[in-house]
Design a protein. Structure first.
Length: 388
């Protein structure tokens, strides 16, 4: 019954909620402190949400462990009905063994790995089912990463409520003398109520949840161990021993040798007869061809000879054409070389013409300058002469 312990959380939660509402005067219609009620309500709501998540994970874990128990009982029954023989053959191709997605997926991976070890003589190697269906798998299904921290979370919420209640009480506490202090004792006590109430049910839920969680996980691990033991005893694939492998190999080789010997005898007995029969068939075919075709074969032979001569002549012409093409290619290469030389000479000649043109232009410019200077001198002298 340990697997159903988590249902205890529901009535305990309802009782604590009723108790908190009662001490805050909700049932009497006299709410002493609205802030106290609101804070407790928020804390209880958070705890309720955490409980719902945990109960969902516990329910899924229980479904998985129930499937393990069911399959283990089924294996034991089949093993007993088979007279103590291994029942792996019933599960090696069965896709939905557990009817639970997580377990079936893990078992499928195990079956695929074992299929890789399968040979004609049996299984060459084996692996343990615990590599795929183990405590880590149950921890994932049961959200151990979440539930293992629940006890500490509940305790932390209780401590947080304690400090929050004290902060509220001290925040409303004012006064410098005994008279004013006595008037503010009420708010201080109201804040301390919040502190003590949250601490009490936080620690209470933490202890209860820790006890329930440990019980559920211990029950799940125990069922897992029972399944693993039953599987190893009843359905673990048997690995062929070395002697069995050697014996099976010898039998296989002997069968192959006998088969080859029989085939050789058959070939030796009928091979010679087949060769003689083929020779007779070929000779008969040639005689019939000669008698049926007669002169046509001679004509065909002459035609083939003429075709051969024509082919030889065509080959000679192709060779001549190839040589002519080679000579033409060489002539083209020589022509290209000459054209390149002519182009280089023309380029040099053009450069020389450009240089001579530049020299002629410079000479003309110089002569023009000298003529202009002489004309200017002549004009000057004529002007002087006319003045005299």
């Amino acid at each position: 019954m340990r697997k159903r312990l988590y249902w205890v959380l529901l009535p305990l939660y309802i009782l604590v909620v009723a108790f908190v509402l009662y001490i805050n005067g909700v049932f009497q219609g006299q709410i002493a402190s609205a802030s106290n009620l609101i804070i407790n309500g928020v804390f209880l709501l958070v705890i309720g949400i955490l409980f719902l998540i945990s109960m969902q994970s516990f329910g899924r874990l229980n479904r998985c462990t129930d499937c393990l128990v069911r399959v283990a009982e089924q294996m034991k029954t089949e093993y007993r009905d088979a007279g103590g023989k291994n029942v792996w053959i019933n599960y090696q191709d069965k896709r939905e063994t557990f009817s639970e997605e997580v377990l079936d997926s893990a078992f499928q991976k195990y079956r695929l790995r074992m299929r890789g070890y399968r040979t004609r003589q049996g299984y060459s190697d084996s692996c343990d089912i615990e590599e795929y269906i183990n405590e880590d798998l149950l921890d994932h299904v049961g959200k151990t990463y979440f539930n293992s921290g629940m006890a500490g979370t509940l305790t932390g919420l209780g401590i947080l409520g304690t400090f929050l209640g004290l902060a509220l009480g001290l925040g409303s506490f004012q006064g410098n003398d005994i008279y004013t202090i006595s008037d503010n004792v009420g708010p201080l006590l109201a804040g301390m109520k919040v502190a003590f109430h949250t601490s009490v049910y936080g620690i209470f839920f933490s202890l209860v949840f820790h006890f329930i969680y440990r019980g559920i996980m211990a029950d799940a691990y125990g069922k897992l161990d029972d399944f693993l033991n039953v599987f190893r005893q009843c359905a673990q694939p048997v690995v062929a021993s070395a002697d069995e492998k050697s014996a099976a190999m010898l039998v296989y080789q002997a069968n192959i040798a006998n088969s080859m010997k029989e085939i050789l005898n058959i070939l030796q007995g009928t091979g010679r007869e087949q060769i003689e029969g083929v020779e007779r068939i070929v000779n008969q075919f040639l005689l019939q061809m000669n008698s049926a075709l007669g002169t046509n074969l001679q004509i065909l032979s002459n035609s083939l000879r003429q075709t051969e001569e024509a082919q030889n002549a065509y080959t000679a012409q192709c060779e001549q054409l190839t040589r002519a093409m080679k000579e033409m290619a060489e002539l083209n290469r020589a022509t290209c070389g000459n054209l390149e030389q002519i182009a280089s000479r023309q380029e040099a000649f053009a450069k020389e013409l450009i240089r001579q043109r530049e020299q002629l232009e410079a000479t003309c410019t110089q002569m023009s300058n000298e003529v202009s200077s002489q004309l200017y001198t002549f004009e000057q002298m004529r002007g002087l002469y006319e003045k005299q």
